[in-house]
Write a protein that binds this ligand. Structure first.
Ligand code: SF4
Length: 188
């Protein structure tokens, strides 16, 4: 909506008048951040992108994310976000986001849509095959045999999006699989 020069000056004069009479600024306009998020459900979360771990506020309306911004009470970022974190809203609301599993078979030139059940079963089968093939039960050093129970065919990589409890489970699962090569994105 356009605004004439006359109305703009009038509005400025009104705000200045209010300030002069009451000692307080005029009431917030409809564009102020408070009004923008008023009445929305707010949840706290941590940015999933990097190991800085900035705190965020996520505003939702009827279960849909409508705004994400830095959490001013978070001790790490105190409300600030980098450009990547500021664009996190687009991860939740993006028509180009893939929501179904896409699979391309070895040697094929096309992608096929697969169900989550099919995908999880396939990943589990490939992991088991790799573990069976590459599992080392023992090794001999200095003429002495040691039990090692080591899986040399697999590596696990955690990410900054994992919270403490997820990292704990991730580490347990990796070790249950006999994996030695266990790393985290934040260390790389
Ligand atoms: S907002 Fe930026 S700096 Fe903060 S955690 Fe996300 S990616 Fe890292």
């Amino acid at each position: 909506m356009g605004i004439s020069r006359r109305n703009f000056i009038k509005g400025g004069g009104l705000a200045a008048g209010t300030m002069a009479l009451t000692g307080k600024p005029a009431q917030a306009s409809v564009d102020s951040p408070e009004m923008r998020t008023k009445g929305l459900q707010v949840s706290t979360t941590v940015c999933p992108y990097c190991a800085v771990g900035c705190g965020m506020l996520v505003h939702t309306k009827n279960g849909k994310v409508v705004n994400i911004e830095g959490d001013p009470d978070h001790p790490i970022n105190r409300g600030a976000l980098c450009s990547k974190g500021s664009a996190l809203f687009q991860v939740a609301n993006n028509e180009r986001r893939l929501t179904k599993v896409q699979y391309r078979a070895a040697g094929s030139d096309k992608w096929e849509e697969k169900s989550w059940d099919w995908s999880m079963n396939r990943i589990a089968k490939l992991m088991k095959d790799s573990r069976d093939k590459n599992f080392v039960k023992s090794e001999t050093r200095d003429d002495k045999k040691y039990v090692v129970n080591r899986n040399e065919g697999m590596a696990f990589l955690g990410a900054a999006a994992l919270d403490n409890e997820e990292c704990y489970l991730w580490g347990k699962f990796a070790r249950a699989m006999g994996v030695n090569y266990l790393e985290h994105q934040a260390r790389i």
